[in-house]
Write a protein that binds this ligand. Structure first.
Ligand code: GLA
Ligand code: ZN
Length: 711
C-alpha cells in the first residue's frame, strides 16, 4: 500500500498570487441536521451514472433499462464541472436537467454530486494558486483529480459557487433526493497539501489551538534543534528540511489537514442545507485502513456515511498471498469502520464493484457469485443501500478498464444478471432489515492519532499501524461476534471486550475512559507501545505504559525493536499452547499487580503477556508483536473469557454477522470461498431468500449468502 509519504508527484514549484486567509480553524459551522428520516428516503439500490460521458440519444434507453432492472436511483455529475460551468460564471445545467427528467420519468431518483474533486482546465489556468503542493514541495499538475488545495480561498469560493448554482437549479426538481459533496476526500495518498495557503491556515489553526507561542513551543518541544518560534508567521509546514520534522508539529499538521478538508466540505453543506432543505447530504469515503482524514470530523454534520467498496483491489494488491477470507476481511474492516463513524447508523455504499476493475491494468474477473457476496457483505455489516459503479463502461478516459453493468459495446456485462438478482433480493429483504442495527459485542480502537504518529516515527522500519490494525481485526472479527471500530473516548460500556493495537498515543481523557470501563467490569486488551506518547506527540515523563499503569498492573522494564534475532513467546496459565514468535517489537513487562500469561524465551527477560484484575474488570497487555496464529489463538481465548462466543459453528471462510430491529434479528452467513461450506446452527431458522427452513446445519454453496431468521 502506498502511504502519502511514499507518494511523490512531479512538477515545478509554483507559488501563485496570494489567496486570502480563511477562518477555517474556527469549526464554527452550525450544527446542521438533515431532513432524512428513513421513512422519507426511498431504498437506495442504484448505479453511478455518467450522462455527461454518454450521447444524449442513449439516455432514454439507459433510464428504461435501469428501471426494468429494478434499480431505484443514480448518482450523477460529480465529475462534470467543465460541462456545468464551461467558463467562469457561465453555467449550463440544461443538459443535466434533461437527464434528470428522463430518469425521473422512469422512476429513477437522483443523487447529485458537487464537482469539486476535479476542476476544469480554465480554472487552473486562470488560478494556478489553487493547485495542491505535495509532500516533496512540488506543485501537482492538473489533468488527474484531487489535485487542489483544501485551504485556498479562491478554490473554496469557486467550488461553493458551482455547488450553489447546482443547488439553486435542482432544489425543486422532481426526482432529486440528495447530494454527495465532492468525491473521496480521504483517498490516502492525496489527502495532504503543503502549499502556502495551507501554511497560513495551519498558523491560524495553531494560534486557535495554543493561544500563546510559549504554549506551542512547549507542546512541540521546539527547544530541540533550535526551533523556538517568536512569531506565528514563522511556523512551517512539514516539507523536506534535511532532517525529520518536529513530530508534534507534524501530528498537528495531519490534524489541520483533516480539519481543512472537513471545513471545505462544511461550506458546501451549510449552503445545501439552506438551498435544499428536503434533500439528504453525504460524501463518499474509502474506509479503514486507507482513510487519511479524521472521519468523525468529516461526517459530523452529514446525514449518513457513504463508502466505496472495491474488494477486487485486495486481490490485485495481495497477488499470490490472497485467500478468499482475506478479501472478505479487507472489505469487512472498511464497512465496520464506516458504520462506526456515526455510532452504528446505517451507511450507504456509494460505489460498489460491478465487474473487472482497474486503472491502467485490469484486476481479476470476479467469479460468479462474488459480486452478490460482496454487496450482501456490505448489507451484512450495516449498509442500507448499494450503488454499483458504474452503469456503463467508459470507452475513453483513465477508467476505460473499470467495468460497469454494461460492456463497452453496451451489451450486458458478465455480472449484469447477478447484480439485478441481488438488487431484487435486497428489495425483498426490505427496508426494516436494511435500516436495522448491526450487533457488535466487541470493539477495536481505530485511532488516527496513533496511525499518523506512527507514520511520523514508526519506531521500527517495518512497523505500520494499518498492518497491526488488520492483524488484530482479523483475529477479533474471526470470532463472528461483531466488532465496531471506535475511538477510545467513546462509550465503551456496551462492549464485552475492547482491543487496542499499538495504542501509541493516549490522551488523559481516553485513559480515564478506559479506567472506568475496566473498573466497571469491561475487558481491555492492549498491544505493545501502549501509552508511550501524549496527544502532543511527546514521550510521557513516567514509566510505561504511562497513564494506564494502574489499570494494566505492569511497568515496562524495557522496549525492544526486533530485527534479525529470533524471539520466542512461551504461553502459560489459560493461554498454555504451542510456542509463538515475536515479530517486530517486544515490550518487556514487569508485573506489579498483574499475572503473567506468557514470557519471552530469550534473549530478553520479562513477561510478554499479562492480565490484571482492576475493579470488576480485566486488563490484558500483549507486549509482544505475536505471529498471526498465536495472536488469533490468544484473542479467541480472551473473547471466550469475556463471554463473547458465537453460537454458530463456522469454518474460516464463512463470516457471520447479525442485524437487529426491536425483537427481529437477521443473521447473515457469507461464504467467501469457492467451495461449499457447512455452518452449524444453534436451532431452527428460516432461510429468508431460499424460502425454506434449516435446522442444525446450513450448507452454503461457493460464494453463497444466506439470511436467516430464528423460527
Ligand atoms: C473511486 C472513485 C470513482 C472511480 C472508482 C473506480 O472510488 O470515487 O470516481 O474512480 O474509484 O476507480
Ligand atoms: Zn494547500
Amino acid at each position: 500500500m502506498l502511504t502519502r509519504r511514499e507518494f511523490t508527484g512531479l512538477g515545478a514549484a509554483l507559488f501563485g498570487a496570494a489567496g486570502l486567509r480563511l477562518p477555517i480553524w474556527r469549526g464554527g459551522l452550525r450544527a446542521v441536521s438533515g431532513p432524512t428520516a428513513s421513512s422519507e428516503r426511498p431504498l437506495l439500490l442504484g448505479v453511478d451514472y455518467y450522462p455527461d460521458q454518454t450521447p444524449e440519444a442513449l439516455w432514454e434507453e439507459d433510464a428504461r433499462m435501469m428501471s426494468e432492472a429494478g434499480l431505484t436511483n443514480v448518482r450523477v455529475a460529480e465529475f462534470a464541472w467543465s460541462l456545468m460551468e464551461p467558463s467562469e460564471g457561465k453555467f449550463d445545467f440544461a443538459w443535466l436537467k434533461r437527464s434528470v427528467d428522463i430518469l425521473h420519468k422512469h422512476g429513477i431518483a437522483v443523487i447529485l454530486g458537487t464537482p469539486s474533486a476535479a476542476p476544469p482546465p480554465w480554472l487552473t489556468e486562470k488560478y494556478p494558486e489553487v493547485l495542491m503542493v505535495n509532500s516533496e514541495g512540488m506543485t501537482v499538475h492538473p489533468g488527474g483529480r484531487r489535485f487542489t488545495c483544501p485551504s485556498n480561498k479562491t478554490y473554496r469560493k469557486l467550488s461553493l459557487a458551482i455547488a450553489t448554482e447546482m443547488a439553486r437549479n435542482f432544489s425543486d426538481t422532481a426526482g432529486v433526493i440528495g447530494w454527495q459533496i465532492d468525491n473521496e476526500f480521504t483517498l490516502q495518498q492525496f489527502g495532504r497539501c503543503y502549499c502556502k495557503y495551507c501554511r497560513e491556515g495551519f498558523q491560524e489553526w495553531s494560534k486557535q489551538k495554543y493561544e500563546t507561542l510559549d504554549s506551542l513551543n512547549q507542546k512541540w518541544g521546539t527547544a530541540f534543534w533550535s526551533q523556538i518560534y517568536t512569531d506565528w508567521s514563522q511556523i512551517p509546514v512539514p516539507l523536506p528540511s534535511n532532517g525529520p520534522p518536529n513530530p508534534g508539529l507534524e501530528l498537528d499538521y495531519d490534524r489541520y489537514q483533516s480539519h481543512a478538508n472537513a471545513s471545505f466540505a462544511g461550506e458546501q453543506l451549510v449552503m445545501l442545507r439552506k438551498q435544499c432543505p428536503h434533500h439528504f447530504v453525504t460524501t463518499n469515503s474509502v474506509g479503514a485502513p486507507f482513510d487519511s482524514l479524521n472521519l468523525r470530523e468529516l461526517f459530523r454534520d452529514l446525514d449518513f456515511v457513504s463508502n466505496d467498496n472495491y474488494p477486487g483491489f485486495a486481490a490485485m494488491f495481495m497477488e499470490g498471498e490472497i485467500t478468499p477470507e482475506r478479501i472478505g476481511r479487507s472489505s469487512a474492516i472498511s464497512h465496520d469502520s464506516m458504520r462506526s463513524v456515526k455510532g452504528g447508523k446505517p451507511f450507504l455504499i456509494m460505489e460498489e464493484q460491478s465487474g473487472k476493475a482497474g486503472q491502467p491494468s485490469f484486476g481479476p474477473q470476479p467469479h460468479p457469485g462474488q459480486l452478490r457476496l460482496w454487496a450482501f457483505q456490505a448489507v451484512a455489516h450495516g449498509a442500507m443501500g448499494v450503488n454499483y459503479f458504474r452503469w456503463d463502461t467508459a470507452r475513453f478516459g483513465a477508467e476505460e478498464y473499470w467495468h460497469g453493468l454494461l460492456n463497452h459495446d453496451r451489451s450486458k456485462s458478465p455480472g449484469f444478471d447477478e447484480i439485478i438478482r441481488t438488487v431484487a433480493d435486497m428489495k425483498a429483504l426490505g427496508q426494516e432489515a436494511l435500516e436495522s442495527s448491526y450487533v457488535a459485542e466487541t470493539a477495536l480502537s481505530f485511532d488516527q492519532d496513533c496511525d499518523w504518529a506512527l507514520q511520523i516515527q514508526p519506531g521500527h522500519s517495518k512497523l505500520t499501524y494499518p498492518a497491526q490494525l488488520m492483524e488484530w481485526y482479523d483475529a477479533v472479527a474471526g470470532a463472528n461476534t461483531g466488532t465496531d471500530l471506535i475511538h477510545l473516548d467513546e462509550d465503551l460500556s456496551r462492549y464485552k471486550a475492547v482491543f487496542a493495537p499499538v495504542q501509541y498515543v493516549v490522551s488523559a481523557r481516553q485513559a480515564e475512559n478506559i479506567r472506568n470501563y475496566v473498573r466497571n467490569g469491561g475487558m481491555f486488551v492492549a498491544g505493545f507501545r501502549l501509552g508511550a506518547k501524549d496527544e502532543s506527540s511527546q514521550i510521557v515523563n513516567m514509566p510505561l505504559p504511562g497513564l494506564l499503569r494502574d489499570v494494566m498492573g505492569v511497568t515496562l522494564k524495557d522496549y525492544v525493536p526486533i530485527y534479525s534475532e529470533k524471539v520466542g513467546v512461551a504461553f502459560e496459565q489459560q493461554l498454555a499452547g504451542p510456542e509463538g514468535q515475536c515479530g517486530l517489537w517486544a515490550d518487556l513487562l514487569i508485573p506489579q499487580s498483574a499475572k503473567v500469561l506468557a514470557k519471552y524465551t530469550g534473549p530478553y527477560e520479562g513477561a510478554a503477556i499479562t492480565v490484571n484484575t482492576f475493579g470488576k474488570g480485566k486488563a490484558v497487555y500483549i507486549g509482544a508483536d505475536l505471529d498471526g496464529a498465536s495472536l488469533s489463538r490468544v484473542i479467541h481465548s480472551l473473547l471466550e473469557t469475556a463471554g463473547s462466543k458465537s453460537e454458530f459453528g463456522t469454518p474460516k471462510a464463512v463470516e457471520i454477522t447479525r442485524r437487529r430491529a426491536g425483537q427481529k434479528e437477521w443473521v447473515f452467513a457469507l461464504n467467501h470461498s469457492n467451495e461449499a461450506q457447512k455452518v452449524t446452527l444453534p436451532g431452527a431458522f428460516a432461510s429468508v431468500m431460499a424460502k425454506r427452513s434449516v435446522e442444525r446445519e446450513l450448507e452454503l454453496k461457493p460464494y453463497e449468502v444466506a439470511v436467516l431468521q430464528r423460527s
